[in-house]
Design a protein around this ligand. Structure first.
Ligand code: AMP
Length: 278
């Protein structure tokens, strides 16, 4: 596996590649969710590139950038085990050299759900993903359904900027008790880890109710809220039932929708979602 840290060496690497490339952008501290993306990329492309970059532009001033977990050595060993061809591990200065001033803004799509609590988050995401796509020029790029709004935002950007990459979404990988894998789960105490199971439990309960025919979006939101409210260590940020591609909130679920939530478990903010397929 080649490990490159500079844009210059990444460009040189890219110039020698004439086979299909699959890119997996990550912020590192890899877990089985990330590895599911890597395995999909491995199965569908000749060459697999993985980026590890904790992108400061997608963190707000009061967010957890400084304490975001990192372990590059372990990450690189995991990627070697998955027969990844290239790991791109740039520094912040390399990604945002002095004078850098362009922002990719997908507009209102980035201002709902996560965008309400995390203003500017998706500008940071779109800007770094655009840069990674341009540097790597992959045929396919892989994102997790766990961050469903991110997939929607990236697809919008790819369409609007006429980029020639296919964006593939990979289903959420969960712990046996339902908790979606996340690098931030490491922050949870034993009690919080137990309480965090309420997130997926609430989503699954509402999804089940939907499968039995419930179409009233407010009732579905309420099912989730009520179950989250039972957990003293959980504080709900939002519960959304939104149209799957525009993320417009729905009254009645008469088309494909996304049921999503964000909640604080102690000091840790977690997100999760399930699709509501009509
Ligand atoms: P992150 O390092 O958190 O930025 O995640 C990098 C990529 O892995 C994103 O596309 C995430 O959506 C994806 N990812 C993170 N957690 C999971 C999970 N539990 N299942 C599937 N994909 C995930």
């Amino acid at each position: 596996m080649d490990v490159v840290q500079t844009l210059e060496s990444l460009r040189r690497w890219r110039a020698t590649m004439h086979r299909s490339i699959g890119l997996v952008p990550t912020m590192g501290f890899l877990h089985e969710g990330h590895l599911a993306l890597v395995r999909r990329a491995r199965a569908e492309n000749d060459i697999v590139a993985v980026s590890i970059f904790v992108n400061p532009r997608q963190f707000g001033p009061d967010e957890d950038l400084a304490r975001y977990p990192r372990n590059n050595e372990r990450d690189l060993a995991l990627l070697r085990d998955e027969s990844v061809d290239l790991a791109f591990v740039p520094t912040v200065d390399e990604m945002y050299p002095s004078g850098f001033s362009t922002t990719v803004d997908v507009g209102s799509l980035g201002e709902r759900l996560e965008g309400v609590s995390r203003p500017g988050h998706f500008k940071g995401v779109a800007t770094v993903v655009a840069r990674l796509l341009n540097l790597t020029r992959p045929q396919r790029a892989y994102f997790g359904q766990k961050d469903a709004q991110q997939v929607i935002v990236v697809r919008r950007m790819v369409k609007d900027l006429a980029l020639t990459v296919q964006i593939d979404a990979v289903p959420t990988v969960r712990e046996p008790d339902g908790l979606a894998l996340s690098s931030r789960n490491i922050f949870l105490s034993i009690e919080e880890r137990q309480a965090a199971t309420a997130l997926s439990r609430a989503l699954f309960r509402a999804q089940e109710s939907f499968d039995w025919g419930e179409r009233d979006a407010n009732r579905l939101r309420q099912i989730v809220r009520d179950l989250l409210d039972l957990e003293l260590l959980v504080r709900t940020d939002y519960v959304s039932v939104a149209e799957a591609s525009t993320l417009d909130e729905l009254d009645n679920v008469d088309r494909p929708a996304l049921l999503s939530l964000a909640a604080w478990v102690g000091q840790t903010r977690l997100i999760d979602n399930v699709p509501l397929d009509v």
